[in-house]
Structure formats: structure tokens, C-alpha cells
Design a protein around this ligand. Structure first.
Ligand code: HEM
Length: 514
């Protein structure tokens, strides 16, 4: 939490105390809530909420108290779900009351209030989602297959020339495909800078701030000492909307010049053209917001859509460097189905069950949003004799569900075979996609797009490149256990590996114009 002047802190502490006292006075009968660690007076369970890799600590709490636990923080109930069926029961089957997002002054003050991934459930949120639905549906995303193929090929070429810049190349490949599909624009350094500036606010979105509880502190003059945090928020109120507005204006200008490629922007412009007056103005605003969300696709809902896909792809490279036998099996399948003279395409996907299993295992082994994105309940609910009060924040511990040794034996190992039986998909094993893309009405809208991007890049890389452990200064391979960052969208901190073409003919294929 960020520092504030001492007078302000005194006011703050007094206000928090009175809020908490009034909360506890009105608190529901404790025994009705799902179990959890005993809250302390005044601060509740604040000390039980971990800052580093919270999903691991929540799992320990769930082992102790059960797979539905509750904690109290500043008068709010936090429910942590550590079981897929319970998550489906609540967020899916009772989605009419579990589909909102926690309200947050910090999100507004940070310039993200327009982002529909943060919006409360309701007609405005639905209007934003409708903009993306037709193009991001299972069938709709196929119109972007060529964009995926082009950018996967460019990724291979970049990896061939500067393999040590793996993370930059992966980020660019995913960003370029999204930029083209969403706006019909080629990605440039200017756009990358716009997105990087805006998304450097993700730590604030992840942690929230005291302003969520004491909004009047936002009005403290920023020349006072200790108000650097407020100045940071003011900076984001400028740069975040710029990230949303500039690509939308550029896309509209390109479309009106004629000849712009098919994109979500071109479809939106067509749709706006059917409307008149205020309706057209409102729809323009909704499309502008919705498309920007699609680019970032991130969390606290979307600062990270691209990031989730890129973090997953980076994890794939690390996994392959640690599991060369997986690469060999995938290559054997690709050689048989695709052959040496072309790169794999979406049309090959159904015939490549092992490659598909590699993708599933990548999504499970390193799921980029371990606690998904919080939902918020809008009415009291009774579930298995427990009360889940209205206005509870609901977290699903996706990391724990996907590392449950009963569902996924030896969960820390990368084992694509777990999804197959006799070389065909094994329907009795859960598909990690049913967890990692979230639940109910807020389920990730970009999941088919993300899966297509991952398939094209992963199949192309396996078909042409050999990935092995990074080398130390003396040329010896270095084997390191992957370490995961704590962030809204987590990534493996050190993704270095050695990347080479797997054969002379693979190198020629990469160098071909495509
Ligand atoms: C591997 C890649 C991705 C992962 C793991 C992922 C995961 C998620 C998760 C967990 C949520 C929250 C679901 C919930 O609240 O229950 C979400 C929301 C969302 N995602 Fe993704 N996502 C990915 C890529 C993308 C991409 C590429 C796009 C856009 C093309 C996208 C668009 C969205 C949108 C629009 C939402 C907000 C939905 C709402 O609040 O109504 N995602 N994503």
C-alpha cells in the first residue's frame, strides 16, 4: 500500500476502525459463512491474505478448512473456491447473481473505468460484449486464421535470426495478430509504447488501494509529501485512455481511406454506419472501449489478454527445453500429418491430437491467471448450508484445481499423455480450458482466438525448431526450476532457452517467403 501523509493516515485509521466496528456490529452470524481463518478485531483476515503467490497460501487454507472458504477484509467477504464443480455450481449455474465485478474506485482513478472487464454486470456490460461476440465465437475466429499463420511464420524467422530475444519475439507475435484482427493495423513501436505505458498500471489493478475504502483521500492535494501514489494515478488517467483512443482513431481513418483489411474495427464501423444521431455516438464509444479491451485482453480483466497468451507461449518454450521427449513425439506426429514442405495450419488441428495435448498441458502447467478474475455476488445465496452474502468477492483458485494430484497425477510434471488414450483424446480427463478461461457469463471472450493463436505458433515451432536448455558461459546446459512471478497475469521469470532449426529443410521452410 502506498504512503500518505501522517495526518491523512490518522484520519484513515480512525475511519477504517469505525467502518469495521459498524461492519462487525452488523455482521451475519459467523457460523453461516463458509469456514476460514478466524478474523482479528479491526483488520479481519488482512494478515492471512498473502502478497506473494497467494494461490499457494489459499490452497493451504482450503486443505485446512475445505474447498469453499471465507475471509473478511475491510468489511468485505472474500470467498475462495478450490474445486471445479463448486465453481460451476456458483458462477455458472447461479450466474444471475455471480456475474458482477468488485466495485473499485482505484480502477476509475487509474483511468480504467471504461473497461468492460471491470464493469458491473448489466446492460452496459452486455452492450460491450455484444460488439465482440460474433467475431470471437468458435466459428467467427476462423476469419483470422491467415493473420495467425503470417505472424507465426514471422515469429519463426525472428527466432532464427535472434533466438536470444525470445520473449520480445513472442510478445510481438501475439500483439501483432491481435492488432491486425482487432484494428486491421500493423503493430508499430508507437503502439507498443502506448500499451506498455498503460499496462504498467497492472500492479495497482492487482493490489487495489486504500482509495477503494476511503475514496475521499483521492482529493488530498498532490503537492503534499507522500502523495506520489496519487500523482501516479493522475499519470495513468492520461495514458490509459490514449491507449484506447489512438488505435481506434487510426483504424477508423484507415477504413475511411479504403482498402483496410477485415477486422473487428471494420465490422464495428459498418455497424455504427447503420445508426443515427446519439445512437451512433453511443455505439462508437462502446465499440472503441470494447475493441481496446480485446487488444489488451487483460485483467483486472484485461490489461493482459495479449499477455495471458504470450505468458502461455513463453511457458511452452520453457517446458520444451525441460522435456525434449515431448518435442520428439510432437515432431513425429507433425512429420506424418503435415510433412516437410509446409507449415501446419488450423486445418491440421483435428489430426494432431498430441500437439493439441501439448497445448492443453501448457495451459495447465503454467496457467497465466492462477486466481482468474474476481467475480462479485449481487444477492445473498445459500450453498451447502453456507451463506454467501451479497457483495462477496469470489476467487477461483484455478492454479490449485489444475494442480490437484487426484485429477492430474504428478501435477508439476509436463505430461501431454495424460489427455490421450491410445493416441486419441481421452474424454475422461478434464480439459484445463474449462477452468483457465473462467466461468459463467464472464467467461473469457477471447478463448477461441487465444487457442487458435497458441495452436498456430506452437505447431509451427515444434515443426521447425529444436528447443533445449540455455547454456552457461562455458557452453554447458543449465537446468533451472521455473519460478513464477506474482502478478495479475503471471509469467515464468526466466524463459531463456537454446533455439535452433531442427534440420536444414526446416531452416529453408522458415526462410521461405510463406
Ligand atoms: C491464454 C490466453 C487467455 C487466458 C488464459 C484468458 C483468461 C481469461 C480469464 C480467466 C478471464 C476472466 C473470466 C471470468 O471472469 O470468469 C478472461 C476475461 C476476458 N478475456 Fe481472456 N484470456 C486469454 C486470452 C484472451 C484474448 C486473446 C482475448 C481477446 C481477443 C481475451 C478476451 C477477454 C475478455 C474480453 C474478457 C472479459 C470478459 C468479461 O468481463 O465479460 N482473452 N480471460
Amino acid at each position: 500500500m502506498n504512503s500518505l501523509p501522517s495526518v491523512v493516515l490518522a484520519v484513515l485509521v480512525a475511519s477504517v476502525c469505525s467502518l469495521l466496528i459498524s461492519f462487525y456490529w452488523r455482521a451475519p452470524v459467523k457460523s453461516q459463512l463458509p469456514p476460514g481463518p478466524r478474523p482479528l478485531p479491526v483488520i479481519g483476515n488482512l494478515l492471512d491474505i498473502p502478497k506473494i503467490r497467494p494461490w499457494e497460501v489459499y490452497r493451504e487454507l482450503s486443505r485446512k478448512y475445505g474447498n469453499l472458504i471465507s475471509l473478511q477484509v475491510f468489511g468485505r467477504t472474500l470467498i475462495v473456491v478450490d474445486n471445479h464443480d463448486t465453481a460451476v455450481d456458483l458462477l455458472d449455474k447461479r450466474s444471475s447473481i455471480y456475474s458482477s465485478r468488485p466495485p473499485s474506485n482505484t480502477v476509475d482513478l487509474c483511468g480504467w473505468g471504461w473497461d468492460f472487464a471491470f464493469m458491473p454486470y448489466g446492460p452496459l456490460w452486455r452492450a460491450h460484449r455484444r460488439v465482440l461476440s460474433p467475431h470471437l465465437s468458435r466459428d467467427g475466429v476462423s476469419m483470422f486464421n491467415d493473420y495467425h499463420a503470417t505472424n507465426a511464420h514471422r515469429l519463426l524467422q525472428r527466432l532464427l535470426s535472434t533466438p536470444d530475444r525470445l520473449v520480445d519475439h513472442v510478445r510481438l507475435a501475439i500483439g501483432a495478430t491481435l492488432m491486425k484482427a482487432v484494428y486491421g493495423l500493423e503493430i508499430t513501436d508507437e503502439y507498443i509504447k502506448l500499451f506498455a505505458n498503460a499496462f504498467s498500471s497492472s500492479d495497482i489493478l492487482l493490489n487495489g488501494s486504500i482509495l477503494d475504502f476511503l475514496p475521499f483521500l483521492a482529493h488530498v492535494p498532490t503537492w503534499l509529501p507522500g502523495t506520489a501514489f496519487l500523482r501516479r494515478l493522475a499519470y495513468y488517467r492520461e495514458v490509459v485512455p490514449a491507449m484506447r483512443d489512438i488505435p481506434w482513431m487510426d483504424a477508423k481513418a484507415a477504413i475511411s481511406r479504403g482498402g483496410a483489411p477485415v477486422s473487428l474495427a471494420s465490422a464495428s464501423v459498418e455497424n455504427i454506419a447503420q445508426l443515427k444521431g446519439d445512437d451512433a455516438v453511443k455505439q462508437d464509444e462502446i465499440c472503441r472501449n470494447a475493441l481496446s479491451l480485446a487488444y489488451g485482453g487483460r485483467y483486472r480483466a484485461d490489461a493482459h489478454r495479449g499477455r495471458q497468451t504470450y505468458a502461455t507461449l513463453c511457458a511452452f518454450f520453457v517446458a520444451m527445453s525441460l522435456y525434449p521427449e515431448v518435442q520428439q513425439k510432437a515432431r513425429a506426429e507433425l512429420d506424418a500429418v503435415v510433412g516437410p514442405s509446409r507449415l501446419p495450419t488450423q486445418a491440421d488441428r483435428d489430426n494432431l491430437p498430441y500437439v493439441d495435448a501439448v497445448i492443453k498441458e501448457t495451459l495447465r502447467w503454467h496457467n497465466a491467471t492462477p486466481l482468474l478474475i474476481p467475480h462479485f455476488s449481487t444477492a445473498d445465496d445459500h450453498y451447502n448450508d453456507f451463506l454467501i452474502p451479497a457483495n462477496s468477492v469470489i476467487l477461483v483458485n484455478a492454479w490449485s484445481i489444475l494442480h490437484d494430484p487426484e485429477m492430474f497425477p504428478e501435477p508439476d510434471k509436463f505430461v501431454p499423455e495424460r489427455y490421450l488414450t491410445d493416441g486419441r483424446p481421452n474424454a475422461t480427463v478434464s480439459d484445463p480450458a474449462t477452468v483457465i478461461f473462467g466461468y459463467g457469463r464472464r467467461i473469457c471472450q477471447g478463448r477461441y482466438f487465444a487457442e487458435a493463436a497458441l495452436f498456430t505458433c506452437i505447431a509451427s515451432v515444434l515443426h521447425t525448431l529444436d528447443i533445449s536448455l540455455p547454456l552457461d558461459g562455458d557452453g554447458r546446459p543449465v537446468r533451472k526450476e521455473p519460478s513464477i512471478s506474482t502478478d495479475l497475469v503471471t509469467h515464468i521469470e526466466d524463459c531463456r532457452c537454446t533455439i535452433k532449426p531442427r534440420s536444414a529443410s526446416a531452416e529453408a521452410l522458415i526462410r521461405s517467403p510463406g
